[in-house]
Ligand binder design. Structure first.
Ligand SMILES: Nc1ncnc2c1ncn2[C@@H]1O[C@H](COP(=O)(O)OP(=O)(O)O)[C@@H](O)[C@H]1O
Ligand SMILES: [Mg+2]
Length: 237
């Protein structure tokens, strides 16, 4: 099978709950190797919950999740991470009391092939300039770069990014876009939760649109232009 058709993440009939609240309802998703898949939908649609359910950090989930053909829906988040799945949460999660360089030296190696600190600095030149700065001193964009870089250090080659451009200035969004193109060039598989449609349309190969915990559309890049009006409706309040 050509590498671009290989499936890395397969989600079938996925349900997720927070207590009594039935948040994901029968979600299906196929993520192809080396592609960027965008998950779109308004606030509360269930995008973050879907990432958490793939990663195994939602307490209650039902349905099937396969990573590289292996069932993981019964595995703990730690074991899923060891299959090469990295998660950059919306709140970014860096050690704010440590410097950029220290943050880059600490992540565990979960799989061989993680990026060296030097490769990270080539991918995110801002981080090289700020290598001795403490986490608390970083801008939102630098925090996003650092959080992503930490995941890339672990050897993860499937990267789940939750709203990486949220709150960032356009010039920084462009840098994040450049980094995503580079990850794609290096055959990383990326799942990108986004509310910034313009950004998603620049980078993604495939699009999943969610509303109220369900999938309402799933299409390829070639069909995206024709879908803009309908997506915009799902993104508006
Ligand atoms: N920890 C939680 N406990 C209870 N309900 C939650 C929790 N996190 C999210 N929810 C609810 O689940 C739904 C989906 O949330 P979420 O996945 O965060 O949506 P999105 O990322 O698309 O904005 C929302 O109704 C939200 O209020
Ligand atoms: Mg969210």
């Amino acid at each position: 099978m050509p590498p671009e058709q290989r499936t890395r993440i397969e989600v079938r009939g996925l349900d997720a709950y927070y207590g009594e609240s039935h948040v994901l309802q029968g979600v299906d998703l196929t993520v192809h190797a080396g592609e960027i898949t965008a998950i779109l939908g308004r606030n509360g649609a269930g995008k973050t919950t879907l990432l958490r359910a793939i990663m195994g950090t939602v307490v209650t989930r039902k349905g099937v999740v396969l990573i590289d053909g292996r069932r993981v829906d019964h595995l703990s988040a730690y074991k899923i991470a060891r299959l090469g799945v990295g998660y950059v949460p919306e709140e970014r999660g860096i050690f704010s009391s440590l410097s950029v360089q220290e943050n880059l030296l600490l992540p565990p190696v979960l799989k061989a092939g993680g990026m060296s600190v030097d490769e990270i600095y080539r991918l995110f030149p801002n981080l090289r300039e700020r290598s001795r700065s403490q986490g608390t001193k970083l801008s939102g964009g630098e925090q996003q770069m650092l959080a992503t870089a930490r995941v890339l250090r672990t050897g993860a080659d499937i990267v789940l990014l939750d709203e990486p451009t949220e709150g960032l200035a356009p010039v920084i969004v462009d840098q994040i876009e450049g980094a995503l193109h580079e990850l794609k060039r290096r055959a990383f598989t990326v799942v990108l939760v986004e509310q910034n449609l313009t950004f998603a349309l620049e980078v993604a190969d495939r699009y999943l649109v969610m509303d109220e915990g369900r999938v309402v559309d799933f299409f390829d890049r070639v069909d995206a232009a024709a879908k803009i009006e309908s997506i915009t409706q799902y993104l508006s309040l």
